[in-house]
Design a protein around this ligand. Sequence first.
Ligand code: GAL
Length: 388
Amino acid sequence: MVCSLIWPWMATASSIDEASLARTPPMGWNSWNHFGADVTDADIRHAADALVASGMAAAGYRYVIIDDGWQGQRDAQGAMHPNAKFPDMKALADYVHGKGLKFGIYSSPGPQTCAGYGGSLGHEAQDARTYASWGVDYLKYDLCSFRRSMDGQSDTAQTAMMKAAYRLMRQSLDATGRPIVFALCNYGWGRVWEWGAEVGGNLWRTTDDIQPNYESILFNAGAQQGLERFAGPGHWNDADMLEIGNKGMDSPDMERTHMTLWALLAAPLIAGNDLSKMSADTRDVLTNAEVLAVDQDVRGTPGRRVMQEGPIQIWARTLADGTQAVGIINTLNHSLTAKLDLHALGLSSPVPARDLWQHRDLGSLDSKHVFDVPSLGVVMLKLGASKR
Ligand code: GAL
C-alpha cells in the first residue's frame, strides 16, 4: 500500500500566489542589526517571547528572522545543517510558530554568505526543501560572494546573472509548496527595483547596509526617492531593517523620524534591536498604531519627499481613504518652526488634521498654521477627511 503524508503547506507549486504573500509591507524582527553573526537559538527564542510580551506581535510584527550566522556544514548528501548555536532548527521554528509568529532564515546565491558561512550555490532546490521541512516562512537571500562570479561582466550580463540566481531560488521555494516570503538583498545593484517583482521577490533592498545613526536613516530614506512606482501590494522597496532601539539612535525624536519615514515609504518594518532590553520609549515608537496603519495602508502606494526648504523636508503619502499622511522632518540639531503649503500638497484649506504620534485631533488647519518640530525630530499628520 502506498501511504502519502500531506502537510497543510504541501499545496501544488502552481497554487502559490507570490504576490499575496506580502499584500502589505512585511513586519517582523531580524537578528542582524543587534546580534550580528553571534546570534544563538536562545536569542531567537527571547526575541519571539519579547515580540509577544511587548505588544509588538499584536501591533503586527510577525516574522522572526535569523540572519547570517546559523549555518553549519553540509552532510554527504549535500544537505545544510545548522551550527552548534542552533541545535534543532525545526524545534526552534515550532517554538516561534507556537507563539503565533512566522519564522524566517537567511542565505546567499553565492558559495558563501557575507559573514563567510555556506551559501546556497548549487544547492538551491535542496536548501529550499530543507527550509520548508523546518517550517521557514521567509527567506532573505543576500548576494554576497555571488558578486565574485559577476566580476568583469558587462552591466547587462551582471543583471541577467542576478535575475537568474534570484529566480532560481524563487522557483525552488515555490516547488516546496510552502508559501515563503522572498526578500532580495543585493543593495540596489542592477536597478533591482525594475526586476525584483518579475523574479518573484516580495521585497528588495535598495541600498547598502543601514547604520544606527541619523545620517544613515536620512540617506536610506532619500535613496528611495523616485522608486515609488516600482512598489505596491506584494512587492516592496526595502530601505533596510530598523535601527530603532539600537545604540546610536540617541533620542526618541530620531527614532520617530526613522519610523515616520519608513511608514511614509511603505517600507518593510523589520525591527533590529534587542527586544528583551527595550526601553518604554522605543517600544512606544515601534508600536504606535496610527503610524503603523500608515505603513500598512492597503492602497500600498509609497510616499515621497515633496518639498525641501533648508533643513525642513516634507514627505507625503496618499492613503486608501483619500487622506494624506504627511511628515514634517527637521534635520537641524535645533528645534524649528515650519508651515505646510496645503495647496502644494493638493489639499483644500482649511483641512482637518490629526497628529499621529500624539493621537490628537488638531481641528481644521490652514497654510498659516505653525508647527514646532523638535531637533532631528518630526511631526506626523493625517490630513483631510476620510472618503470611506
Ligand atoms: C549584508 C546585509 C546585511 C546582513 C549581512 C550579514 O550583506 O546587507 O543586512 O544580512 O550581510 O552578513
